[in-house]
Design a protein. Sequence first.
Length: 68
Amino acid sequence: MEEPAEIRLGRGQRLLEAVREDLDLFGVAELEERIEVLQSEIARVRAQIERKRAGRAAADALFSSRPA
């Protein structure tokens, strides 16, 4: 008998689920840990944004420097 296929979540779905969690169920230590994880994720996302901006700026510079 085959196992049911794993359900694929949409991009960002886990984040949306985490945001909807009832925070009353968490203790102070768990909430502080959650803040640390979220701050780490914010830093990771900001770094990715900067990499993408740098890549875009490099591409723009390359293609805009060509003679017309």
